[in-house]
Design a protein around this ligand. Sequence first.
Ligand SMILES: Nc1ncnc2c1ncn2[C@@H]1O[C@H](COP(=O)(O)OP(=O)(O)OP(=O)(O)O)[C@@H](O)[C@H]1O
Ligand SMILES: O=P(O)(O)OC[C@H]1O[C@H](OP(=O)(O)OP(=O)(O)O)[C@H](O)[C@@H]1O
Length: 214
Amino acid sequence: MRYLTIALTKGRLAKKTMELFDKIGINCVEMQDEKSRKLIFVNEELKLKLFLAKGPDVPTYVEYGAADFGIVGKDTILEEGRQIYEVLDLNIGNCDMCVCGPKEAGKYLEHHQFIRVATKYPNIARDYFYNRKHQTVDIIKLNGSIELAPIVGLSEVIVDIVETGATLKENGLCVLEKIVPLSARVVVNPVSMKMEDDRIKKIIKDLRNVIEKQ
Ligand SMILES: Nc1ncnc2c1ncn2[C@@H]1O[C@H](COP(=O)(O)OP(=O)(O)OP(=O)(O)O)[C@@H](O)[C@H]1O
Ligand SMILES: O=P(O)(O)OC[C@H]1O[C@H](OP(=O)(O)OP(=O)(O)O)[C@H](O)[C@@H]1O
């Protein structure tokens, strides 16, 4: 039997994903050793290979078939636009993609002809503002601490993830418009879905059962 390769997202989603995997009998203890520099973990018994990657790289591994399937945030799926199947919502890492800014920017957003939008998600922002044909929207790509942009005058608004709202609140900003709810999803390579159908389907079914019980 060939090995199935699974790509997990590093960072915020990692711990919760591994907890779910543990519950369906896929042991991830070795992957949780933060001191280790090991990149790939082989489960001989289940014929699985697991690895952790940066979020935006997970859809890339899955599209090319280097991973048969992966776990990644919906934000990343939308932003990367890869040829992959999204098959299950894991209901972890729940948050929202929003347009945010100072309260006054709400009116600016409605009436002004020229809007600057800072974001780590330029494709999501471009798609969202695409329909506002009467406005010119300048999308400014940043790599973190997006909330700084309207504070220092780089942009009027931002497109970013809001979870608890604490970052916005502490910086005098608020949600102006909600774009889309987000959570972690299972994504599958289209060829793997056909070739390894039964094994992948079994893992998806087991994950679904665990989620439904939670
Ligand atoms: N408060 C949050 N902020 C950012 N992402 C969140 C949050 N809550 C849940 N998520 C989800 O967790 C995923 C991974 O988030 P994480 O912050 O670890 O990655 P990242 O923002 O790409 O990290 P970094 O840029 O620091 O490498 C996101 O893609 C998103 O789906
Ligand atoms: O609503 P909250 O619970 O405050 O969470 C949202 C914040 O968390 C994320 O930033 P992150 O911590 O990933 O740092 P970054 O801005 O450097 O990417 C996100 O970009 C927001 O800034």
